[in-house]
Design a binder for this molecule. Structure first.
Ligand code: NI
Ligand code: MN
Length: 226
């Protein structure tokens, strides 16, 4: 599978030709100015929670791409009110089988309010099974013991974990999260976009390598293969 990074917590996974876009926040992000959202094609858009730094471009991209939006009940209700009808609501612990694989919504410890102040439900992560293997996107979360449940059920090719600290776990806890969920390869997200989440990326890479893990930090617009 191929992961393309669009900055902050936005990335696209291409697995067996199915394109899954996560948490689009591109046009408000000056670091992602090189990304042309008109050139992004997606079959599904997965939204971890209601915060604007995870869905700023989602209504626009859902319209342009025709992708089906997957999120929790409350976030999907908000998409409906914003004119997006091609949606699939879920909630924690539930999974959905799709023609190309399976999506399971898992716990995240964070908060979730929508841009208009309405209830964003509970924040989530996703474990996604594809024909090219499984991956875990944690969303915005603290380190949680629930991540151990993922290793019981799935053999992950990679995990996409926040490493920016302050609003989510930082790199040290992300190393522990990788151990909990059983991922050797980690893509770091949710760092350096705003002053409170600026980190020393070299230090983060060393923390992972000292634990026998690989932290991938693709450039914005760059890709990694797993
Ligand atoms: Ni958030
Ligand atoms: Mn966030």
């Amino acid at each position: 599978m191929k992961l393309t990074y669009f900055g902050h917590s936005c990335f696209l996974i291409d697995a067996c030709g199915t394109r899954l876009l996560f948490d689009p926040f591109i046009t408000p992000n000056p670091l992602a100015a090189s990304i042309d959202t008109a050139a992004i094609a997606a079959d599904f858009i997965l939204i971890s929670h209601g915060h604007v730094d995870h869905l700023a471009d989602a209504v626009d991209l859902a319209g342009k791409t025709g992708a089906k939006v997957i999120s929790n009940w409350e976030v999907i209700d908000w998409f409906g009110k914003n004119g997006v009808a091609n949606t699939h609501p879920m909630n924690h612990g539930g999974s959905v089988v799709l023609p190309w694989g399976r999506v399971k919504m898992v716990s995240a410890v964070h908060s979730s309010a929508l841009p208009d102040g309405s209830n964003g439900g509970n924040p989530a992560g996703f474990v996604v099974e594809t024909g090219e293997g499984s991956f875990y996107y944690a969303g915005d979360t603290a380190l949680t013991m629930d991540m151990k449940l993922i290793a019981d059920e799935f053999q992950l090719r990679c995990a996409i974990l926040p490493i920016g600290d302050n609003f989510t776990m930082g790199a040290a806890d992300a190393v522990r999260a990788a151990g909990f969920c059983g991922a050797k390869d980690v893509v770091g997200v949710h760092y350096n976009t705003f002053p409170p989440i600026k980190i020393d990326t070299r230090e983060a890479e060393v923390m992972f390598s000292n634990a026998g893990l690989k932290l991938h930090l693709p450039s914005i617009g760059g890709s990694v293969h797993f």
